[in-house]
Ligand binder design. Sequence first.
Ligand SMILES: Nc1ncnc2c1ncn2[C@@H]1O[C@H](COP(=O)(O)OP(=O)(O)OP(=O)(O)O)[C@@H](O)[C@H]1O
Length: 336
Amino acid sequence: MTVAVALSGGADSLLALLLLRDAGENVFGVHARFLPEDGLPARLEELCGDLGVLLHVLDLRREFEELVVGPFVRAYQRGLTPNPCAACNPAMKFGLVLDRSLALGADRLATGHYAVLRSGALFRGRDAAKDQSYFLSMVPRQRLGRLLFPLGEWTKDVVRTELAARGLTPPAGRESQEICFIPGDYRDFLRARKTELSPPGPIALADGTVLGRHQGLWNHTLGQRKGLGVAYSEPLYVTGRDAATNTLVVGPRAETLTGGCRTAAPNLLADPSAWPGRVLVQTIYRQRPVPARVDLEGRGMTITFSEPRALPAPGQIAAVYSEEGRVLAGAVITAE
Ligand SMILES: Nc1ncnc2c1ncn2[C@@H]1O[C@H](COP(=O)(O)OP(=O)(O)OP(=O)(O)O)[C@@H](O)[C@H]1O
């Protein structure tokens, strides 16, 4: 089988390449340039040359800006908390990179994601601390059949040890950042792009009582406590960002919890008729999933948690799991 391995320059995809090659697959590398100029493609070329592996560098900078970074910035302008991986995985890695890899002669595309594929079904990766199935929940089902995740049963520690034992240092020389195109704080990134963002506005309780002013909704995150600059008889938290009135809604801790949320149309990875009776939902990466009722209504999902949860941020992903860790669906959260 011919396998294209998506090489980021990091440790995980490098080991994925070596494991597949050791297993006798016919491998080649594909590296996508998503970001402005850096020296990484040249360092990867050199490493692949040493390993005797062909590398294709795909220039996807324009597409990444159009399909990932632009929508990310516009979502902030609409008062959302976007998750760029929700757009990147289906559109870029398992969209354009997969298509180009198939066109280059690959039967499959492998990545260094920590997740397991079994008979076309997606499951959590074995390393609970690195499991990336949450982000993969937005990848269309028919695309999964073309993918391989060789590190699904591995733990990060063993990956590091294995590479060291082979005397290899990944050329990227860094662990991934939370958002790959933002090296520091997202607010500095938005300012640096001179993005037109929401202006100052009122800070108010849910009943409309105005307590102060904020410097732009985009500066604040749901559940935030520090840095509000308003005095009140009890600690206040951000409980909502009303883009229509440009109001930052604050309230006591109890109001940072909710019983459920709504989503946009889900990406279904298992037919709802075959879902188990009990499902779990996760609304942030690395969050403990909780049992929930999921109603597929119209074009979206209505999720009712079995216990109150921290307010899910519109723009983030809600991933639905079986108790065995199978991903049943993923969708973008639209509202509480
Ligand atoms: N620029 C890129 N070009 C090709 N593939 C990429 C690129 N960036 C990421 N990938 C693929 O997506 C996988 C997950 O990427 P992520 O940014 O989450 O890195 P990671 O889990 O730290 O993995 P790695 O150690 O390989 O960087 C990578 O293992 C790799 O297969």
